[in-house]
Design a binder for this molecule. Sequence first.
Ligand code: BES
Ligand code: ZN
Length: 612
Amino acid sequence: MTPEPASRPWQGAPDDHSFARPEQVRSTHLELVLDLDFDARVATGHVVHHLERSDRNAPLVLDTDGLAIQSVTDQRGEPLHYTMGERDEKWLGRAMTIDLAPESTRVRVDYATSPTAEAMQWLAPEQTHGKLQPFLFTQGQAILTRTWIPLQDSPAVRVTWKAKIRAPRHLRTVMSADHRDVRDDVTVFSMTRPVPSYLIALACGDLAARPVSGRCAVWAEPSLVDEATAELEDLERMVVACEELFGPYRWGRYDVLFLPPSFPFGGMENPCMTFATPTILAGDKSLVALIAHELAHSWSGNLVTNATWRDFWLNEGFTVYLEQRIMEHVYGQDRAAMEIALGMQGLQQELRTLPEPDQVLHIDLTGRNPDDGMTAVAYDKGAAFLRRLEQAFGRAEMDRFLRLWFEQHSFQSVTTKTFLDFLQREMLSRNPAAAAAVDVTRWVEQAGLPGDASVPQSARFAAVDGAVAAFSAGASAVDLDTDGWVTQQWLRFLSQLESPSLDQLQQLDEAFALTRSSNSEVLCAWLVLATQRGLRAVDARAELFLLTVGRRKFLVPLYEAILSTEAGQERALDIYRRARRRYHAVSQRTLDALLDWEGLDAVPADDEPRKR
Ligand code: BES
Ligand code: ZN
Protein backbone atom coordinates (compact mmCIF):
# COMPACT_ATOMS: atom_id res chain seq x y z
CA MET A 1 0.00 0.00 0.00
CA THR A 2 1.13 3.52 -0.75
CA PRO A 3 1.99 5.36 2.47
CA GLU A 4 -0.32 8.17 3.46
CA PRO A 5 0.70 11.33 1.68
CA ALA A 6 2.04 14.01 3.97
CA SER A 7 0.35 17.38 4.08
CA ARG A 8 2.40 19.95 2.19
CA PRO A 9 2.80 23.64 2.92
CA TRP A 10 0.24 25.82 1.20
CA GLN A 11 1.37 26.51 -2.35
CA GLY A 12 -1.75 27.69 -4.11
CA ALA A 13 -2.61 30.85 -5.96
CA PRO A 14 -4.90 33.65 -4.77
CA ASP A 15 -8.46 32.40 -5.06
CA ASP A 16 -11.10 35.05 -5.40
CA HIS A 17 -13.89 32.58 -4.75
CA SER A 18 -12.84 32.15 -1.13
CA PHE A 19 -12.35 34.53 1.80
CA ALA A 20 -9.76 32.21 3.35
CA ARG A 21 -6.12 33.28 3.79
CA PRO A 22 -4.39 29.89 3.85
CA GLU A 23 -0.96 31.45 3.37
CA GLN A 24 -1.41 32.88 6.89
CA VAL A 25 -3.37 30.21 8.75
CA ARG A 26 -4.43 26.98 7.16
CA SER A 27 -6.53 24.01 8.21
CA THR A 28 -4.81 20.72 7.67
CA HIS A 29 -7.31 18.34 9.25
CA LEU A 30 -11.02 18.46 10.15
CA GLU A 31 -13.10 16.56 12.70
CA LEU A 32 -16.73 16.82 11.73
CA VAL A 33 -19.57 15.77 14.04
CA LEU A 34 -23.13 16.14 12.74
CA ASP A 35 -26.65 14.99 13.61
CA LEU A 36 -28.98 14.74 10.63
CA ASP A 37 -32.56 15.83 11.32
CA PHE A 38 -34.72 14.86 8.35
CA ASP A 39 -37.86 16.49 9.77
CA ALA A 40 -36.26 19.88 10.28
CA ARG A 41 -33.93 19.41 7.30
CA VAL A 42 -30.94 20.61 9.27
CA ALA A 43 -27.62 19.17 10.35
CA THR A 44 -26.39 20.23 13.80
CA GLY A 45 -23.01 19.73 15.40
CA HIS A 46 -19.48 21.02 15.13
CA VAL A 47 -16.25 20.95 13.19
CA VAL A 48 -12.76 21.07 14.69
CA HIS A 49 -10.01 22.59 12.52
CA HIS A 50 -6.38 21.57 13.11
CA LEU A 51 -4.24 24.53 12.17
CA GLU A 52 -0.92 25.32 10.57
CA ARG A 53 -0.09 28.91 11.53
CA SER A 54 2.47 30.49 9.21
CA ASP A 55 1.63 33.97 10.44
CA ARG A 56 1.31 33.91 14.26
CA ASN A 57 -0.56 37.23 14.27
CA ALA A 58 -3.16 36.38 11.66
CA PRO A 59 -6.72 35.20 12.34
CA LEU A 60 -8.28 32.06 10.91
CA VAL A 61 -10.66 33.02 8.10
CA LEU A 62 -13.35 30.52 7.10
CA ASP A 63 -15.98 30.56 4.37
CA THR A 64 -19.58 30.18 5.51
CA ASP A 65 -22.94 30.57 3.84
CA GLY A 66 -26.25 30.44 5.67
CA LEU A 67 -24.84 28.69 8.76
CA ALA A 68 -26.11 29.45 12.26
CA ILE A 69 -22.94 29.70 14.36
CA GLN A 70 -23.39 28.80 18.02
CA SER A 71 -19.93 29.05 19.53
CA VAL A 72 -16.24 29.11 18.73
CA THR A 73 -13.61 27.69 21.10
CA ASP A 74 -10.04 26.46 20.91
CA GLN A 75 -8.49 23.20 22.11
CA ARG A 76 -8.53 24.44 25.73
CA GLY A 77 -12.27 25.12 25.54
CA GLU A 78 -11.57 28.85 25.66
CA PRO A 79 -14.09 30.90 23.69
CA LEU A 80 -12.52 32.77 20.79
CA HIS A 81 -13.70 36.12 19.52
CA TYR A 82 -14.98 36.08 15.97
CA THR A 83 -16.71 38.36 13.50
CA MET A 84 -18.97 37.59 10.57
CA GLY A 85 -18.41 39.65 7.43
CA GLU A 86 -21.08 41.19 5.26
CA ARG A 87 -22.96 38.64 3.21
CA ASP A 88 -21.76 38.69 -0.39
CA GLU A 89 -25.00 39.26 -2.25
CA LYS A 90 -23.96 36.99 -5.08
CA TRP A 91 -22.56 33.61 -4.05
CA LEU A 92 -19.53 33.84 -1.80
CA GLY A 93 -21.44 33.79 1.49
CA ARG A 94 -19.83 35.37 4.56
CA ALA A 95 -16.27 35.43 5.78
CA MET A 96 -15.93 34.23 9.37
CA THR A 97 -12.83 35.74 10.97
CA ILE A 98 -11.69 34.03 14.16
CA ASP A 99 -9.08 35.69 16.36
CA LEU A 100 -6.65 33.11 17.64
CA ALA A 101 -4.92 33.06 21.00
CA PRO A 102 -1.14 32.54 20.93
CA GLU A 103 -1.72 28.96 22.14
CA SER A 104 -4.55 28.08 19.75
CA THR A 105 -3.73 25.03 17.66
CA ARG A 106 -7.27 23.84 17.09
CA VAL A 107 -10.53 25.69 16.62
CA ARG A 108 -13.96 24.22 17.21
CA VAL A 109 -17.02 25.80 15.60
CA ASP A 110 -20.46 24.66 16.80
CA TYR A 111 -23.16 25.34 14.23
CA ALA A 112 -26.31 24.29 12.44
CA THR A 113 -27.05 24.28 8.73
CA SER A 114 -30.06 25.99 7.20
CA PRO A 115 -32.89 23.93 5.65
CA THR A 116 -32.07 25.79 2.44
CA ALA A 117 -28.32 25.03 2.46
CA GLU A 118 -27.52 24.83 -1.23
CA ALA A 119 -25.13 21.93 -1.00
CA MET A 120 -27.74 19.75 0.69
CA GLN A 121 -30.74 18.32 -1.03
CA TRP A 122 -33.23 16.80 1.39
CA LEU A 123 -35.64 14.62 -0.55
CA ALA A 124 -39.14 13.60 0.42
CA PRO A 125 -39.79 9.84 0.17
CA GLU A 126 -41.83 10.39 -3.03
CA GLN A 127 -38.67 11.60 -4.75
CA THR A 128 -36.87 8.32 -4.22
CA HIS A 129 -37.08 5.03 -6.10
CA GLY A 130 -38.52 3.16 -3.13
CA LYS A 131 -40.86 6.02 -2.14
CA LEU A 132 -40.76 5.05 1.55
CA GLN A 133 -37.75 6.76 3.09
CA PRO A 134 -36.36 10.27 2.85
CA PHE A 135 -32.95 10.89 1.31
CA LEU A 136 -30.18 13.44 1.71
CA PHE A 137 -27.15 14.11 -0.42
CA THR A 138 -24.60 16.89 -0.59
CA GLN A 139 -22.98 18.45 -3.65
CA GLY A 140 -19.97 20.62 -2.82
CA GLN A 141 -18.42 21.59 -6.14
CA ALA A 142 -17.68 24.32 -6.85
CA ILE A 143 -18.20 26.57 -3.80
CA LEU A 144 -21.14 25.05 -1.94
CA THR A 145 -19.35 23.11 0.80
CA ARG A 146 -19.40 26.33 2.86
CA THR A 147 -23.20 25.96 3.10
CA TRP A 148 -22.83 22.83 5.24
CA ILE A 149 -19.36 23.08 6.82
CA PRO A 150 -17.58 26.28 7.91
CA LEU A 151 -14.16 25.82 6.31
CA GLN A 152 -11.56 27.20 3.93
CA ASP A 153 -13.54 26.53 0.80
CA SER A 154 -10.80 26.84 -1.77
CA PRO A 155 -9.50 23.98 -3.96
CA ALA A 156 -5.96 25.08 -3.08
CA VAL A 157 -6.47 23.98 0.55
CA ARG A 158 -6.31 20.24 1.17
CA VAL A 159 -7.32 18.56 4.41
CA THR A 160 -7.53 15.09 5.81
CA TRP A 161 -10.70 14.57 7.82
CA LYS A 162 -12.77 12.42 10.14
CA ALA A 163 -16.54 12.51 10.62
CA LYS A 164 -19.15 11.12 13.00
CA ILE A 165 -22.63 11.30 11.53
CA ARG A 166 -25.77 10.46 13.51
CA ALA A 167 -28.80 9.56 11.40
CA PRO A 168 -32.05 7.63 11.81
CA ARG A 169 -31.23 3.97 12.44
CA HIS A 170 -33.06 2.57 9.42
CA LEU A 171 -31.03 4.72 6.99
CA ARG A 172 -27.44 4.22 5.88
CA THR A 173 -24.91 7.02 5.69
CA VAL A 174 -22.00 7.08 3.27
CA MET A 175 -19.26 9.63 2.64
CA SER A 176 -16.36 10.30 0.29
CA ALA A 177 -14.04 8.64 2.80
CA ASP A 178 -11.49 5.84 2.76
CA HIS A 179 -12.75 4.27 6.03
CA ARG A 180 -16.26 3.70 7.29
CA ASP A 181 -17.47 2.06 10.48
CA VAL A 182 -21.08 1.75 11.68
CA ARG A 183 -21.72 2.01 15.42
CA ASP A 184 -25.41 1.93 16.16
CA ASP A 185 -26.96 5.12 14.81
CA VAL A 186 -23.58 6.77 14.31
CA THR A 187 -21.37 6.15 11.30
CA VAL A 188 -17.71 7.03 11.68
CA PHE A 189 -15.64 7.98 8.64
CA SER A 190 -12.12 9.00 7.92
CA MET A 191 -10.31 10.31 4.88
CA THR A 192 -6.60 9.80 5.34
CA ARG A 193 -5.60 11.37 2.02
CA PRO A 194 -5.65 15.19 1.83
CA VAL A 195 -8.53 16.48 -0.30
CA PRO A 196 -9.90 19.88 -1.30
CA SER A 197 -13.13 20.96 0.39
CA TYR A 198 -15.33 20.47 -2.67
CA LEU A 199 -14.64 16.74 -2.48
CA ILE A 200 -16.17 16.24 0.97
CA ALA A 201 -19.54 14.61 0.38
CA LEU A 202 -22.26 12.76 2.24
CA ALA A 203 -25.38 10.83 1.36
CA CYS A 204 -27.95 9.20 3.60
CA GLY A 205 -30.96 7.12 2.68
CA ASP A 206 -32.29 3.62 2.21
CA LEU A 207 -29.14 2.21 0.61
CA ALA A 208 -27.76 -1.18 -0.25
CA ALA A 209 -24.39 -2.21 -1.68
CA ARG A 210 -23.33 -5.00 -4.06
CA PRO A 211 -19.69 -5.90 -4.62
CA VAL A 212 -18.34 -5.82 -8.17
CA SER A 213 -14.76 -6.75 -7.22
CA GLY A 214 -12.55 -6.71 -4.16
CA ARG A 215 -12.23 -2.94 -4.24
CA CYS A 216 -15.36 -1.87 -6.15
CA ALA A 217 -19.02 -1.86 -5.16
CA VAL A 218 -22.24 -0.31 -6.38
CA TRP A 219 -24.54 1.48 -3.95
CA ALA A 220 -28.17 2.36 -4.63
CA GLU A 221 -31.61 2.07 -3.14
CA PRO A 222 -32.41 -1.62 -2.62
CA SER A 223 -35.01 -1.64 -5.40
CA LEU A 224 -32.43 -0.38 -7.90
CA VAL A 225 -29.18 -1.91 -6.75
CA ASP A 226 -29.20 -5.10 -8.84
CA GLU A 227 -29.99 -3.29 -12.05
CA ALA A 228 -27.32 -0.70 -11.22
CA THR A 229 -24.72 -3.38 -10.50
CA ALA A 230 -25.42 -5.15 -13.79
CA GLU A 231 -24.94 -1.88 -15.66
CA LEU A 232 -21.54 -1.41 -14.03
CA GLU A 233 -20.25 -4.95 -14.49
CA ASP A 234 -17.16 -3.51 -16.24
CA LEU A 235 -16.24 -1.26 -13.32
CA GLU A 236 -13.18 -3.19 -12.20
CA ARG A 237 -11.98 -3.47 -15.81
CA MET A 238 -12.16 0.29 -16.04
CA VAL A 239 -10.07 0.76 -12.91
CA VAL A 240 -7.51 -1.74 -14.22
CA ALA A 241 -7.41 0.14 -17.55
CA CYS A 242 -6.79 3.39 -15.68
CA GLU A 243 -3.94 1.91 -13.69
CA GLU A 244 -2.33 0.59 -16.86
CA LEU A 245 -2.65 3.95 -18.53
CA PHE A 246 -2.14 6.53 -15.79
CA GLY A 247 -0.43 4.89 -12.82
CA PRO A 248 -1.63 3.35 -9.55
CA TYR A 249 -5.10 4.06 -8.14
CA ARG A 250 -4.21 5.90 -4.92
CA TRP A 251 -7.53 5.95 -3.04
CA GLY A 252 -8.13 2.38 -1.82
CA ARG A 253 -11.73 1.56 -2.74
CA TYR A 254 -13.67 2.77 -5.75
CA ASP A 255 -17.44 2.65 -5.25
CA VAL A 256 -20.28 4.21 -7.21
CA LEU A 257 -23.43 5.52 -5.54
CA PHE A 258 -26.59 6.02 -7.58
CA LEU A 259 -28.64 8.92 -6.25
CA PRO A 260 -32.30 9.69 -6.87
CA PRO A 261 -33.03 11.37 -10.24
CA SER A 262 -33.03 14.90 -8.82
CA PHE A 263 -29.21 14.81 -8.67
CA PRO A 264 -28.33 17.93 -10.71
CA PHE A 265 -25.28 16.43 -12.44
CA GLY A 266 -24.47 13.33 -14.40
CA GLY A 267 -21.79 12.42 -11.95
CA MET A 268 -19.59 13.85 -9.21
CA GLU A 269 -16.14 12.44 -8.57
CA ASN A 270 -16.30 12.29 -4.77
CA PRO A 271 -13.17 10.36 -3.70
CA CYS A 272 -13.65 6.64 -3.10
CA MET A 273 -17.31 7.03 -4.02
CA THR A 274 -18.51 8.61 -7.24
CA PHE A 275 -22.04 10.01 -6.96
CA ALA A 276 -24.05 9.33 -10.13
CA THR A 277 -27.40 10.03 -11.71
CA PRO A 278 -29.66 7.00 -12.22
CA THR A 279 -30.40 8.34 -15.72
CA ILE A 280 -27.34 6.49 -17.05
CA LEU A 281 -28.99 3.15 -16.24
CA ALA A 282 -29.95 2.30 -19.81
CA GLY A 283 -29.86 -1.47 -19.42
CA ASP A 284 -27.16 -1.93 -22.06
CA LYS A 285 -24.08 -0.17 -20.60
CA SER A 286 -24.35 2.42 -23.38
CA LEU A 287 -23.96 5.41 -21.05
CA VAL A 288 -21.09 4.19 -18.87
CA ALA A 289 -18.65 6.72 -20.34
CA LEU A 290 -19.90 8.90 -17.51
CA ILE A 291 -18.47 6.44 -14.99
CA ALA A 292 -15.19 6.33 -16.93
CA HIS A 293 -15.18 10.11 -16.59
CA GLU A 294 -15.77 10.21 -12.84
CA LEU A 295 -13.26 7.42 -12.29
CA ALA A 296 -10.66 9.31 -14.35
CA HIS A 297 -11.03 12.21 -11.90
CA SER A 298 -9.30 9.95 -9.35
CA TRP A 299 -6.18 11.09 -11.23
CA SER A 300 -7.12 14.38 -12.91
CA GLY A 301 -8.95 16.46 -10.33
CA ASN A 302 -8.66 14.47 -7.15
CA LEU A 303 -4.94 13.58 -7.16
CA VAL A 304 -4.00 16.72 -9.09
CA THR A 305 -6.51 19.49 -8.45
CA ASN A 306 -7.16 22.88 -10.03
CA ALA A 307 -5.77 25.48 -7.59
CA THR A 308 -8.46 27.99 -8.54
CA TRP A 309 -11.65 27.74 -10.59
CA ARG A 310 -9.85 29.55 -13.45
CA ASP A 311 -7.84 26.35 -13.80
CA PHE A 312 -10.97 24.16 -13.99
CA TRP A 313 -9.97 23.01 -17.47
CA LEU A 314 -7.03 21.16 -15.88
CA ASN A 315 -9.62 19.10 -13.99
CA GLU A 316 -12.18 18.59 -16.72
CA GLY A 317 -10.19 18.78 -19.96
CA PHE A 318 -7.73 16.18 -18.66
CA THR A 319 -10.61 14.08 -17.38
CA VAL A 320 -12.45 14.03 -20.70
CA TYR A 321 -9.20 13.05 -22.42
CA LEU A 322 -8.63 10.26 -19.88
CA GLU A 323 -12.26 9.17 -20.17
CA GLN A 324 -11.80 8.79 -23.95
CA ARG A 325 -8.67 6.73 -23.41
CA ILE A 326 -10.49 4.46 -20.96
CA MET A 327 -13.39 3.99 -23.36
CA GLU A 328 -11.00 3.09 -26.17
CA HIS A 329 -9.15 0.65 -23.92
CA VAL A 330 -12.26 -1.11 -22.63
CA TYR A 331 -14.75 -0.77 -25.53
CA GLY A 332 -12.56 -0.22 -28.59
CA GLN A 333 -11.57 2.54 -30.94
CA ASP A 334 -14.83 3.04 -32.78
CA ARG A 335 -16.85 3.51 -29.59
CA ALA A 336 -14.30 6.06 -28.38
CA ALA A 337 -14.30 7.80 -31.77
CA MET A 338 -18.10 8.16 -31.66
CA GLU A 339 -18.05 9.63 -28.17
CA ILE A 340 -15.28 12.06 -29.11
CA ALA A 341 -17.15 13.15 -32.24
CA LEU A 342 -20.34 13.78 -30.24
CA GLY A 343 -18.35 15.83 -27.75
CA MET A 344 -16.79 17.90 -30.52
CA GLN A 345 -20.20 18.50 -32.09
CA GLY A 346 -21.46 19.77 -28.76
CA LEU A 347 -18.40 21.98 -28.39
CA GLN A 348 -18.83 23.54 -31.82
CA GLN A 349 -22.47 24.18 -31.10
CA GLU A 350 -21.73 25.79 -27.74
CA LEU A 351 -18.90 27.91 -29.12
CA ARG A 352 -21.45 29.62 -31.36
CA THR A 353 -23.33 30.86 -28.29
CA LEU A 354 -20.44 31.77 -25.96
CA PRO A 355 -18.90 35.26 -25.79
CA GLU A 356 -15.22 35.21 -26.76
CA PRO A 357 -13.75 35.55 -23.26
CA ASP A 358 -15.65 32.40 -22.28
CA GLN A 359 -14.13 30.42 -25.15
CA VAL A 360 -10.72 30.51 -23.47
CA LEU A 361 -9.41 27.47 -21.56
CA HIS A 362 -7.67 29.67 -18.98
CA ILE A 363 -10.87 31.64 -18.41
CA ASP A 364 -11.06 34.80 -16.32
CA LEU A 365 -13.74 34.20 -13.67
CA THR A 366 -13.07 37.25 -11.51
CA GLY A 367 -16.33 38.44 -10.01
CA ARG A 368 -18.25 35.58 -11.60
CA ASN A 369 -19.77 32.35 -10.39
CA PRO A 370 -17.34 29.45 -11.00
CA ASP A 371 -20.31 27.67 -12.55
CA ASP A 372 -19.92 29.98 -15.55
CA GLY A 373 -16.76 28.08 -16.40
CA MET A 374 -18.61 24.78 -16.61
CA THR A 375 -18.96 24.79 -20.39
CA ALA A 376 -17.83 22.49 -23.18
CA VAL A 377 -14.74 24.71 -23.45
CA ALA A 378 -13.19 23.38 -20.24
CA TYR A 379 -14.31 19.84 -21.11
CA ASP A 380 -14.10 19.23 -24.82
CA LYS A 381 -11.74 21.98 -25.94
CA GLY A 382 -9.47 20.96 -23.06
CA ALA A 383 -9.55 17.33 -24.21
CA ALA A 384 -9.04 18.36 -27.85
CA PHE A 385 -5.88 20.20 -26.80
CA LEU A 386 -4.50 17.07 -25.14
CA ARG A 387 -5.44 14.98 -28.19
CA ARG A 388 -3.56 17.51 -30.31
CA LEU A 389 -0.47 17.06 -28.12
CA GLU A 390 -0.82 13.30 -28.41
CA GLN A 391 -1.06 13.60 -32.17
CA ALA A 392 2.06 15.79 -32.36
CA PHE A 393 4.25 13.94 -29.87
CA GLY A 394 2.97 10.40 -30.19
CA ARG A 395 1.00 8.26 -27.81
CA ALA A 396 3.98 6.75 -26.01
CA GLU A 397 5.34 10.18 -25.19
CA MET A 398 1.89 11.39 -24.14
CA ASP A 399 1.52 8.48 -21.75
CA ARG A 400 4.93 9.05 -20.21
CA PHE A 401 4.03 12.72 -19.80
CA LEU A 402 0.68 11.97 -18.15
CA ARG A 403 2.07 9.47 -15.67
CA LEU A 404 4.81 11.87 -14.70
CA TRP A 405 2.33 14.74 -14.32
CA PHE A 406 0.17 12.72 -11.92
CA GLU A 407 3.12 11.26 -10.05
CA GLN A 408 4.89 14.59 -9.52
CA HIS A 409 1.80 16.59 -8.57
CA SER A 410 -0.18 14.04 -6.62
CA PHE A 411 -2.16 15.47 -3.70
CA GLN A 412 -1.33 18.97 -4.89
CA SER A 413 -3.40 21.81 -6.28
CA VAL A 414 -2.00 23.29 -9.48
CA THR A 415 -2.43 26.34 -11.67
CA THR A 416 -2.38 26.62 -15.45
CA LYS A 417 1.09 28.13 -15.12
CA THR A 418 2.34 25.04 -13.29
CA PHE A 419 1.00 22.95 -16.13
CA LEU A 420 2.51 25.12 -18.86
CA ASP A 421 5.93 25.08 -17.18
CA PHE A 422 5.76 21.32 -16.83
CA LEU A 423 4.64 20.95 -20.43
CA GLN A 424 7.58 23.05 -21.59
CA ARG A 425 10.06 21.08 -19.52
CA GLU A 426 8.76 17.56 -19.99
CA MET A 427 7.34 17.60 -23.50
CA LEU A 428 7.98 20.63 -25.69
CA SER A 429 11.69 21.04 -25.05
CA ARG A 430 12.32 17.34 -25.61
CA ASN A 431 11.02 17.44 -29.18
CA PRO A 432 11.36 20.92 -30.71
CA ALA A 433 10.10 19.81 -34.12
CA ALA A 434 6.81 18.55 -32.69
CA ALA A 435 6.61 21.55 -30.36
CA ALA A 436 6.84 23.94 -33.30
CA ALA A 437 3.68 22.40 -34.75
CA VAL A 438 1.45 23.17 -31.74
CA ASP A 439 0.54 26.75 -30.83
CA VAL A 440 0.11 26.21 -27.10
CA THR A 441 -0.75 29.83 -26.32
CA ARG A 442 -3.41 29.82 -29.02
CA TRP A 443 -4.96 26.72 -27.44
CA VAL A 444 -4.80 27.86 -23.82
CA GLU A 445 -5.19 31.60 -23.83
CA GLN A 446 -7.27 32.41 -26.90
CA ALA A 447 -10.89 32.10 -27.98
CA GLY A 448 -12.34 29.62 -30.46
CA LEU A 449 -11.24 26.21 -31.62
CA PRO A 450 -7.80 26.15 -33.30
CA GLY A 451 -7.77 24.84 -36.85
CA ASP A 452 -5.55 21.89 -35.93
CA ALA A 453 -8.23 20.37 -33.68
CA SER A 454 -9.17 16.97 -35.02
CA VAL A 455 -12.23 14.75 -34.92
CA PRO A 456 -11.65 11.02 -35.39
CA GLN A 457 -13.47 9.14 -38.14
CA SER A 458 -16.05 6.55 -37.18
CA ALA A 459 -17.34 3.93 -39.61
CA ARG A 460 -20.57 3.67 -37.66
CA PHE A 461 -21.11 7.44 -37.89
CA ALA A 462 -20.49 7.33 -41.63
CA ALA A 463 -23.39 4.87 -41.86
CA VAL A 464 -25.59 7.22 -39.84
CA ASP A 465 -24.71 10.16 -42.04
CA GLY A 466 -25.78 8.08 -45.02
CA ALA A 467 -29.13 7.44 -43.41
CA VAL A 468 -29.56 11.11 -42.58
CA ALA A 469 -28.92 12.02 -46.21
CA ALA A 470 -31.39 9.42 -47.46
CA PHE A 471 -34.05 10.51 -45.00
CA SER A 472 -33.58 14.18 -45.88
CA ALA A 473 -33.89 13.29 -49.55
CA GLY A 474 -37.30 11.75 -48.94
CA ALA A 475 -36.72 8.13 -47.94
CA SER A 476 -39.28 6.95 -45.43
CA ALA A 477 -38.28 6.17 -41.86
CA VAL A 478 -39.15 2.47 -42.02
CA ASP A 479 -36.80 2.05 -44.97
CA LEU A 480 -33.76 3.40 -43.15
CA ASP A 481 -31.11 0.81 -42.39
CA THR A 482 -30.83 1.24 -38.63
CA ASP A 483 -30.21 -2.40 -37.78
CA GLY A 484 -27.80 -2.76 -34.89
CA TRP A 485 -27.52 0.95 -34.25
CA VAL A 486 -26.11 1.79 -30.83
CA THR A 487 -27.03 4.75 -28.62
CA GLN A 488 -24.26 6.99 -29.96
CA GLN A 489 -25.51 6.41 -33.50
CA TRP A 490 -29.04 7.45 -32.56
CA LEU A 491 -27.66 10.57 -30.89
CA ARG A 492 -25.71 11.35 -34.05
CA PHE A 493 -28.79 10.75 -36.19
CA LEU A 494 -31.00 13.06 -34.14
CA SER A 495 -28.35 15.77 -34.01
CA GLN A 496 -27.75 15.74 -37.78
CA LEU A 497 -31.36 16.05 -38.94
CA GLU A 498 -31.88 19.47 -40.40
CA SER A 499 -35.36 20.92 -40.00
CA PRO A 500 -37.31 17.65 -40.21
CA SER A 501 -40.99 18.14 -41.03
CA LEU A 502 -43.78 17.17 -38.65
CA ASP A 503 -44.61 14.28 -40.93
CA GLN A 504 -41.01 13.05 -40.86
CA LEU A 505 -40.91 13.27 -37.08
CA GLN A 506 -44.14 11.32 -36.81
CA GLN A 507 -42.72 8.65 -39.10
CA LEU A 508 -39.61 8.40 -36.96
CA ASP A 509 -41.62 7.99 -33.81
CA GLU A 510 -43.84 5.33 -35.39
CA ALA A 511 -40.86 3.44 -36.76
CA PHE A 512 -38.56 3.67 -33.72
CA ALA A 513 -40.81 4.49 -30.73
CA LEU A 514 -38.49 7.28 -29.67
CA THR A 515 -41.01 8.83 -27.26
CA ARG A 516 -40.92 5.54 -25.38
CA SER A 517 -37.13 5.25 -25.36
CA SER A 518 -35.74 4.03 -22.08
CA ASN A 519 -32.40 5.61 -22.84
CA SER A 520 -32.34 9.04 -21.17
CA GLU A 521 -29.88 10.58 -23.63
CA VAL A 522 -31.80 9.43 -26.70
CA LEU A 523 -35.10 10.35 -25.10
CA CYS A 524 -33.93 13.83 -24.14
CA ALA A 525 -32.43 14.51 -27.58
CA TRP A 526 -35.65 13.32 -29.20
CA LEU A 527 -37.92 15.36 -26.90
CA VAL A 528 -35.85 18.49 -27.55
CA LEU A 529 -35.96 18.04 -31.32
CA ALA A 530 -39.65 17.12 -31.46
CA THR A 531 -40.60 19.97 -29.13
CA GLN A 532 -38.64 22.53 -31.15
CA ARG A 533 -40.39 21.40 -34.31
CA GLY A 534 -43.83 21.51 -32.67
CA LEU A 535 -44.67 17.80 -32.48
CA ARG A 536 -47.29 18.06 -29.73
CA ALA A 537 -47.53 14.29 -29.36
CA VAL A 538 -44.41 14.39 -27.17
CA ASP A 539 -45.73 17.06 -24.77
CA ALA A 540 -46.94 14.69 -22.08
CA ARG A 541 -43.68 12.70 -22.10
CA ALA A 542 -41.63 15.89 -21.98
CA GLU A 543 -43.62 17.14 -19.02
CA LEU A 544 -43.26 13.88 -17.14
CA PHE A 545 -39.52 13.94 -17.82
CA LEU A 546 -39.21 17.47 -16.42
CA LEU A 547 -41.18 16.51 -13.34
CA THR A 548 -39.07 13.45 -12.53
CA VAL A 549 -35.51 14.25 -13.63
CA GLY A 550 -33.39 17.01 -12.08
CA ARG A 551 -30.22 16.65 -14.16
CA ARG A 552 -29.43 20.15 -15.35
CA LYS A 553 -27.87 19.06 -18.63
CA PHE A 554 -31.28 17.62 -19.66
CA LEU A 555 -33.48 20.30 -18.14
CA VAL A 556 -31.89 23.30 -19.81
CA PRO A 557 -32.25 22.24 -23.48
CA LEU A 558 -35.74 20.89 -22.88
CA TYR A 559 -37.02 24.05 -21.22
CA GLU A 560 -35.27 26.06 -23.96
CA ALA A 561 -37.03 23.99 -26.60
CA ILE A 562 -40.40 24.66 -24.97
CA LEU A 563 -39.63 28.36 -24.69
CA SER A 564 -38.91 28.49 -28.43
CA THR A 565 -42.44 27.36 -29.32
CA GLU A 566 -45.67 29.30 -29.55
CA ALA A 567 -47.06 30.01 -26.08
CA GLY A 568 -43.97 28.21 -24.82
CA GLN A 569 -43.22 30.74 -22.10
CA GLU A 570 -46.51 30.01 -20.40
CA ARG A 571 -46.18 26.27 -20.76
CA ALA A 572 -42.59 26.21 -19.48
CA LEU A 573 -43.56 28.24 -16.44
CA ASP A 574 -46.58 26.08 -15.78
CA ILE A 575 -44.33 23.02 -15.63
CA TYR A 576 -41.56 24.78 -13.71
CA ARG A 577 -44.01 26.01 -11.09
CA ARG A 578 -44.77 22.38 -10.21
CA ALA A 579 -41.31 20.93 -10.79
CA ARG A 580 -39.09 23.56 -9.19
CA ARG A 581 -39.26 22.32 -5.63
CA ARG A 582 -38.07 18.90 -6.74
CA TYR A 583 -34.88 20.29 -8.26
CA HIS A 584 -31.56 20.79 -6.50
CA ALA A 585 -30.52 24.42 -5.83
CA VAL A 586 -27.90 24.15 -8.60
CA SER A 587 -30.54 23.40 -11.23
CA GLN A 588 -32.95 25.92 -9.71
CA ARG A 589 -30.39 28.67 -9.99
CA THR A 590 -29.82 28.05 -13.71
CA LEU A 591 -33.51 27.62 -14.53
CA ASP A 592 -34.60 30.63 -12.47
CA ALA A 593 -32.42 32.72 -14.78
CA LEU A 594 -33.55 30.95 -17.94
CA LEU A 595 -37.24 31.27 -17.09
CA ASP A 596 -37.12 34.72 -15.46
CA TRP A 597 -38.50 33.14 -12.31
CA GLU A 598 -37.54 36.14 -10.22
CA GLY A 599 -40.06 38.22 -12.11
CA LEU A 600 -42.87 36.08 -10.75
CA ASP A 601 -44.89 36.49 -7.62
CA ALA A 602 -44.49 32.88 -6.69
CA VAL A 603 -45.21 31.73 -3.19
CA PRO A 604 -42.36 29.35 -2.44
CA ALA A 605 -43.21 26.22 -0.51
CA ASP A 606 -41.53 25.77 2.87
CA ASP A 607 -39.00 23.38 1.47
CA GLU A 608 -37.80 25.70 -1.23
CA PRO A 609 -34.34 27.20 -0.98
CA ARG A 610 -34.30 30.96 -0.66
CA LYS A 611 -33.87 33.17 -3.70
CA ARG A 612 -30.37 34.42 -4.26
N1 BES B 1 -17.00 17.49 -11.51
C1 BES B 1 -18.01 17.45 -12.50
C2 BES B 1 -19.32 18.00 -12.04
C3 BES B 1 -19.27 19.45 -11.59
C4 BES B 1 -18.49 20.40 -12.23
C5 BES B 1 -20.06 19.85 -10.53
C6 BES B 1 -18.48 21.72 -11.77
C7 BES B 1 -20.04 21.16 -10.09
C8 BES B 1 -19.25 22.10 -10.71
C9 BES B 1 -18.21 16.03 -13.02
O1 BES B 1 -17.05 15.28 -13.09
C10 BES B 1 -18.72 16.14 -14.42
O2 BES B 1 -18.01 16.68 -15.23
N2 BES B 1 -19.91 15.64 -14.69
C11 BES B 1 -20.52 15.68 -16.01
C12 BES B 1 -20.43 14.35 -16.68
C13 BES B 1 -19.30 14.14 -17.60
C14 BES B 1 -19.43 12.80 -18.30
C15 BES B 1 -19.06 15.24 -18.59
C16 BES B 1 -21.98 15.97 -15.82
O3 BES B 1 -22.46 15.90 -14.70
O4 BES B 1 -22.65 16.24 -16.81
ZN1 ZN C 1 -15.74 15.97 -14.64
